[in-house]
Design a protein around this ligand. Structure first.
Ligand code: SAM
Length: 442
């Protein structure tokens, strides 16, 4: 595929993301497969697609003084992706970027559009982009410089302060390292690192989880260890959850929102594949992934069932489980680096709706926990109200539970709630809280 086609594909994808709200990561994988792209083309497409979406608000700020009126959507996106390359990529000369943008504009539109695109990009080339430091208001400046919606920056500043918010927003523009989890039933972490290094991966141990390996170069999904079910691709923050649950071999565990099964498999590995794990998810097609994962890792104690977790009481007796995990559907604001379109798609109203769903799932889980059993609530989001608010409301309405310190992890939170920020150690933003059901005679 020629370089021109990569940019046309990027434009098509960016346009569809904006029009339909589809997730860019899913569409990107499809486009790479459908067009049978080489590694180089796929890397450039990924860079342009993610980069342009990631920096959308900054690019719009840069473009604004050069536009007399807002162009139609695809033209606006063509300008954004061309400017992204001009400002952030140094691989391609600016005149080549402009030349290609003009050709795409001619092909998709007409001569008039091509001449407008040419005029705007050449003016920017001549005059340079405006300086974000001229923005007086700090909240607005952070929003524009880091391309996060103003409501979100405001909300994070109120919850976590301006300095933390800016650091987090800046970090959300970086590319995450890949981390993998070692199935230590099959191989030690030390041996796995050696094997990965032999296969050419830049692999090193993580300080965050004793099961984790950081991969600085290469895609470990292509390693022999992955095929043999010795490693799984999982973010380091996600790897903190299963140890907190503290399930031991032989216990009966329920994973209420299990797909695609990363944490279910981790729990099973920590239980030495003994005992019984029931894994629920509301989506049948996603449960296939849980099954595939379990098979690849040779884990036979995972039993999947399609079920809305809010109705789990229909299929399980009260006080059945030693431990229950609610890895809840959430706003996902901790994974903006991986899903850049998410920050523009979410609204404050969404956060409220998600909290209601989470509280309903927790309420359904509560009666199913045995006396002295544990309930862990986790999300991959950074939002005080959604996370801490859910915990506070749950505990206020379920006095039979008490908060429990988080053990078996390297990070010691100040309270019983752990909020991991994406800039803390480079893992996803994550939240974990653990509750224990009181014994009745107390
Ligand atoms: C954060 S993801 C879980 C990730 C999973 N625990 C892992 O580690 O791979 C949340 C999951 O909840 C599922 N879900 C959403 N609403 C649900 C509900 N009412 N009952 C059960 N599952 C639900 C979604 O389909 C999604 O797979």
């Amino acid at each position: 595929m020629g370089i021109m086609n990569v940019r046309e594909t990027a434009l098509e994808l960016i346009d569809t993301v904006e029009k339909s709200g589809s997730y860019s990561n899913l569409m990107l994988n499809n486009a790479i497969e459908k067009n049978n792209m080489s590694g180089r083309d796929a890397a450039l497409l990924t860079e342009i697609l993610y980069g342009t979406i990631q920096r959308k608000l900054t690019l719009d700020f840069y473009l604004a003084p050069f536009l007399k009126k807002k162009p139609e959507r695809w033209v606006n996106n063509l300008l954004r992706l061309s400017l992204y390359q001009m400002v952030y990529l140094d691989k391609v000369p600016e005149r080549a970027i402009i030349h290609e943008a003009v050709n795409i504009a001619k092909k998709r539109g007409h001569k008039g559009i091509a001449s407008m695109v040419n005029g705007v990009l050449r003016s920017i080339q001549r005059e340079g982009v405006p300086d974000t430091k001229t923005i007086q208001d700090d909240t607005e400046r952070i929003s524009i410089e880091t391309s996060h919606p103003l409501w979100l920056v405001k909300r994070w500043i109120v919850a976590y302060g301006a300095e933390k918010t800016e650091a987090m927003c800046q970090h959300n523009l970086t590319v995450p390292d890949q981390t993998v989890r070692v199935n230590e039933m099959k191989m030690t972490r030390h041996e796995a690192i050696e094997k990965l290094q032999e296969e050419g991966f830049d692999a090193s141990p993580s300080d965050v989880s004793s099961h984790a390996i950081r991969i600085a170069k290469g895609n470990a999904a292509k390693s022999s260890l992955y095929t043999k079910g010795i490693i799984s691709i999982q973010d380091e923050s996600s790897m903190l959850v299963a140890p907190v649950l503290g399930a031991s071999p032989g216990q009966h565990v329920l994973d209420m929102c299990a797909a695609p099964g990363g944490k279910t498999a981790h729990i099973s590995e920590l239980m030495n594949n003994k005992g019984h794990i029931d894994a629920l998810d509301i989506h049948e097609h996603k449960l296939k992934l849980v099954k595939q994962n379990a098979e690849r890792l040779s884990l036979s104690n995972i039993h999947v069932q399609k079920k809305d977790a809010r109705q789990a009481g229909d299929i399980f007796e009260k006080e059945t489980f030693d431990a229950i995990l609610v890895d809840a559907p959430c706003s996902g604001l901790g994974v903006i680096r991986r899903k850049p379109d998410l920050k523009y798609a979410k609204t404050e109203k969404d956060l409220e709706n998600l909290q209601t769903i989470q509280l309903n799932i927790l309420a359904a889980a509560a009666p199913l926990v045995k006396e002295n059993g544990v309930l862990v609530y986790s999300t991959c989001t950074v939002d005080k109200e959604e996370n801490e608010g859910t915990v506070t409301t749950f505990l206020a309405t379920h006095p039979e539970f008490q908060p429990e310190p988080l053990e078996h992890i390297s990070i010691q939170p100040k309270s019983t709630m752990l909020q991991v920020f994406p800039d803390d150690f480079g893992g996803d933003g994550f939240f974990i809280s653990k509750f224990r059901k009181k014994a009745k005679h107390i």
